[in-house]
Ligand binder design. Structure first.
Ligand code: SF4
Ligand code: SF4
Length: 442
């Protein structure tokens, strides 16, 4: 079977982002660059580093296979220069295998792991507004996805487990390898549980992750894209920032936006040359100008949060306004029109990168930075709830029914055509419920 077909059958999706189906991303004839995002976009995240240390051989081998498949001119793993052990491990394997893969060392800034920043750093090219890296001859994938691709191609293994980290206010911060569909509560318990009574949980990184109540952990499950669970006190600064409504932010903008344009000057998308100027959006929204030409720039926002959590001296949140505007544009089927205009990075970009340490201090996350390079603990579960949509595109259609006996790794949800990804069982057992998720019990 062709390797793209194997990736498709195995249900591989982008493990670090929104879950874009990987077989579609790699269905290209030829590219200038194949880039690996090993920079852990968000502060505190650990899994890419763990995989680069523990699965270096698999990563380099699969990169060679993929590079040949898509006729990549160059292959680079972009990571932070401070990842010393990971660099040593990868370079050792590159030498052993006589591989053409190169290591690209980045500074420790946020959001170094935003794929458009990586494209710019390695190639000097700016992805067009509303475009994708392929528009400038680049395919970007991440470390976790590569490990899944390796297992799909070499071991014929579908995506049924996930590495994630559990940290923050927990007894023992930990890296886990879990079956997909296990509850987040079980993951938290494996880390010894929360050490404070009143807490909230961030699923993902502290800047772009989703915040949920502690009660939600019983029903929220690990999916193909879950990377971390972070427990923070209920009265943490990030909780207060997260609770502001759009109406409240617009009122704040009306009364206190001083049009200093710090949000724009530090915006990473603006700095690579795209036309995203959040200070103009804030002015238009607060003055009720409703200038669509300005407001549509919100669609270019990658939601990194630098404007609200680092740049703005008045504690206003352009990011949340952009998310709100994007929702309105989506509801009205309005798209940002892509054009072929060649964009050039801002000459001040080098001096305006936000150092990760300063950002972590600013958002009150320093105390959660300690994380030793431990082995992953393998977690099992007697029951899993496997969502049929863990990816961009249509949900998979169930191909099993209540009462069916299922093997571990068996196909349980299928996407025959279009955008989507197959879903497989992460444990052996019996199907007890079929809905938006499939519940399987041992
Ligand atoms: S940084 Fe804050 S105060 Fe300055 S222009 Fe942006 S939203 Fe307004
Ligand atoms: S969240 Fe703010 S800083 Fe980040 S891309 Fe969007 S507008 Fe720019």
């Amino acid at each position: 079977m062709d390797i793209i077909q194997k990736i498709r059958e195995a249900g591989v999706v982008g493990a670090g982002g929104a879950g874009f189906p990987t077989h579609i991303k790699f269905s290209v004839e030829k590219v200038d660059y194949l880039l690996v995002n090993g920079a852990e976009c968000e502060p505190l995240l650990q899994i890419d580093k763990y995989l680069m240390r523990e699965k270096a051989k698999e990563i380099i081998k699969v990169l060679e296979l993929l590079g040949e498949k898509i006729k990549a001119g160059e292959i680079h793993i972009a990571l932070k220069g401070k990842y010393k052990s990971e660099i040593i491990q990868l370079e050792k394997v590159i030498k052993e295998l006589n591989s053409r893969v190169k290591i690209f060392k980045m500074e420790t800034y946020y959001p170094a792991g935003d794929e458009q920043q990586i494209v710019f750093e390695v190639t000097g090219r700016t992805v067009p507004e509303a475009g994708i890296p392929l528009d400038v001859g680049v395919v970007v994938t991440n470390v976790g996805t590569l490990v899944n691709i390796y297992e799909a191609i070499v071991d014929d293994k579908p995506v049924i487990d996930k590495y994630l980290s559990v940290h923050g206010e927990v007894k023992n911060p930990i890296i886990l390898k879990t079956p997909i569909g296990i509850t987040l509560k079980k993951c938290l318990d494996a880390a010894g549980g929360a050490i404070i009574p009143d807490y909230k949980v961030i699923i993902g990184g502290p800047m772009m992750g989703r915040m949920v109540e502690k009660e939600a952990l019983e029903r929220e499950v690990v999916t193909k894209t879950t990377g971390a669970i972070i427990v923070i006190p209920e009265d943490h600064y990030m909780v207060h920032r997260n609770e502001k409504s759009v109406k409240h932010i617009i009122n704040e903008a009306k009364s206190s936006c001083i049009q200093c344009r710090m949000c724009t000057d530090l915006c990473p998308r603006y700095l690579i040359g795209q036309k995203l100027e959040p200070h103009r959006i804030m002015r238009s929204v607060s003055m009720l100008e409703n200038d669509v030409d300005i407001l549509k720039e919100a669609m270019l926002c990658c939601e990194c949060g630098i404007c609200e959590l680092f740049a703005c001296p008045m504690q206003i949140s352009p990011r949340l306004v952009n998310i709100h505007l994007k929702g309105i544009f989506r509801e009205n089927n309005f798209r940002f029109e892509k054009n072929d205009k060649e964009l050039v990075g801002n000459p001040m970009r080098e001096y305006r990168k936000v150092p990760t340490n300063r950002l972590i201090s600013r958002i009150g996350m320093n105390k959660y930075m300690e994380f030793s390079e431990t082995e992953a603990v393998v977690l099992d579960s007697k029951e899993v709830f496997i969502p049929l949509r863990q990816h961009i595109g249509a949900p998979a259609k169930p191909v099993v029914a209540i009462g069916d006996s299922i093997k571990c790794g068996q196909l349980i949800g299928e996407v025959k055509e279009g955008l989507g990804a197959n879903i497989h069982s992460s444990i052996a057992g019996v199907v007890v419920e079929v809905g938006n998720s499939i519940t399987i019990k041992k």
